[in-house]
Ligand binder design. Structure first.
Ligand code: NAP
Length: 490
């Protein structure tokens, strides 16, 4: 792609707020700049919503709810399916846009478009499968009817690391269930969501069903929406501390909440693992999205008999990586999202080294323009190091050794997070024991990538509440009603 192609793509992306089916400027006239993290340059200037704009978006979602919730399921399904088809036709443009605003290499951006699109296809299929039940009560005196109803207007807040898929993973099931939404993407990467909403518009979405607000003051804009009694559901993906504060706000209206929060994934390799597979899996689990994934392997916990061999092999692979702007061919590692992310990677690596870890490769921020941090491997990480406790969110693979299975489970579960774990073993019984003993909502058993629109994604412990995707996903946006009627024969 050359600069002209990039400019013409950016010109097609809306720059306003989308409220009640109209693209409009912020009521204050304020704007915010979106930058390319690989260059630090502004790529687009967009509307910066005020709290009043946020409330206007909620007004629109509330006004659209009665008609949308009564729209036949088949019509809602077909609207989602049309949007999926449009997205696939424009896969390459979406991938490029995502790379420009977020930094991930183009090949990974294409995979995110495919993954994000699957939520539209999957939930278009789920729309017509929402079922209730009807049966006799145990006493035989009445009939019990259970029906499913959309929860109402929803507020969806998404992070910057998967700018398209986190939006489709929420909008897909919400629309499928008959809910209307206000979506607030992260200020760092709002463009993919805005471009996606333009597709929904092209697919014929009625006015007000989806509304988008982009803002530099997410807290001030969100709080009045969350406290408004018309809102019935909050779905958030982001960090655990922000999720906790939003849950406290949501308590006011006893809102339904879905919380997809932070992770600290253990990646456990036993002596009996297939080491080729384990190394491939480690590279995928760690360096996908430049390490900026909630599912990223955070602690590589490797049995003593293979730890040196595993370390040597992953280090060799990491040394071959090419760092650069994600649009350039052959790039494996793009920039981190901003200066704060680089500073955090520097601090975590320095702390681990100061406590006795060994640097195998990388370890530094780079002097080039943009926010880059070298792909890094450190081994012999000592207990008490910050890197074992905190979510790294960068391309740093940190290795600790363990002695036996009991030790592995203890280290793996020694975190308040519980999103995902990875286990490599060729011993079936051991694999089954790990499924039962590791405290995470998801597990990759001999694989380093698990996400799939057909599966329930979500965490245990402080990694969250609720599930996105799978048969479970649509139920996050539905509420059941039980009705009793007398026995019709009496
Ligand atoms: P973040 O700072 O918590 O932000 C997430 C979203 O919340 C953004 O849209 C942000 O908007 C908004 N936000 C921040 N403060 C807010 C407030 N006071 N009120 C309302 N909204 C607020 O997280 P992030 O740095 O963007 O994302 C990285 C985190 O997300 C990591 O912890 C990662 O593990 C987690 N994550 C989890 C999953 C999962 O499925 N479990 C998936 C992806 C990411 P602004 O940035 O514009 O302020």
């Amino acid at each position: 792609m050359n600069e002209n192609q990039e400019a013409s793509l950016l010109a097609q992306v809306p720059h306003g707020l989308f409220i009640g089916g109209e693209w409009r400027a912020a009521s204050s006239g304020r704007t915010l700049d979106v930058t390319d993290p690989s260059t630090g340059r502004t790529i687009k200037t967009i509307a910066d919503a005020t709290p009043a704009d946020g409330m206007a978006a909620l007004d629109a979602a509330d006004a659209a709810f009665p008609a949308w919730s009564r729209t036949p399921a088949r019509e809602r399904a077909e609207m989602l399916r049309r949007t999926y088809d449009l997205l696939m036709e424009r896969e390459e443009e979406f991938a490029l846009l995502m790379t420009m605003e977020m930094g991930k290499p183009l090949a990974e951006a294409r995979r995110e478009v495919a993954y994000g699109g699957e939520f539209l296809r999957w939930f278009s299929e789920e729309t017509v499968r929402v079922q209730g039940r009807y049966g006799s009560n145990p006493e035989g005196t009445g009939r019990m009817i259970v029906t499913q109803h959309p929860v109402g207007p929803c507020f969806l807040i998404t992070p910057w690391n998967f700018p398209l898929a986190m939006a489709t993973r929420k909008v897909g099931p919400a629309l499928a269930a008959g809910c209307t939404v206000v979506i607030k993407p992260a200020a760092l990467t709002p463009l993919s969501t805005m471009f996606f909403v333009k597709l929904l518009e092209e697919a014929g979405l009625p006015k007000g069903v989806v509304n988008v607000v982009t803002t530099s003051e997410s807290g001030a804009l969100s709080e009045p929406i969350i406290r408004d009694p018309r809102l019935r559901k909050l779905s958030f993906t982001g960090s655990t501390p922000v999720g906790q504060s939003l849950m406290a706000q949501a308590a006011h209206g006893v809102l339904r909440t879905s919380m997809e929060l932070g992770g600290n994934a253990p990646f456990v390799v036993f002596d009996d693992a297939d080491l080729d597979r384990a190394v491939d899996g480690a590279i995928a689990a760690k360096f996908r999205n430049i390490g900026q994934a909630c599912t990223a392997g955070n602690r590589f916990i490797v049995q003593r008999g293979v730890v040196e061999e595993f370390t040597r092999r992953v280090t060799e692979r990491v040394k071959t990586f090419t760092m650069g702007r994600g649009t350039e061919s052959g790039v494996d590692i793009g920039p981190l999202i901003d200066d704060r992310a680089v500073a955090k990677a520097v601090q975590l690596v320095d702390d681990a080294l100061a406590r006795g870890a060994t640097l195998r490769t990388g370890g530094h921020a780079t002097a080039r323009e943009g926010t880059f941090f070298e792909p890094t491997v450190i081994s012999d990480v000592q207990p008490g190091s910050d890197i074992l406790r905190e979510e790294i969110f960068g391309p740093v693979l940190a290795i600790v050794a363990f002695d036996d299975e009991h030790d592995a489970v203890r280290i793996a579960n020694d975190t308040e997070y519980g999103l995902i774990s990875y286990v490599y073993t060729e011993n079936l019984a051991r694999g089954q024991r790990m499924i039962e003993r590791l405290e995470t909502g998801m597990m990759g058993l001999n694989t380093g990538v698990v996400s799939n629109a057909a599966a329930p994604f979500g965490g245990w412990k402080m990694s969250g509440l609720g599930r996105e995707g799978g048969a479970e996903g649509i139920h996050e946006y539905l509420q059941s009603k039980y009705t009793l009627t007398p026995d019709p024969f009496v």
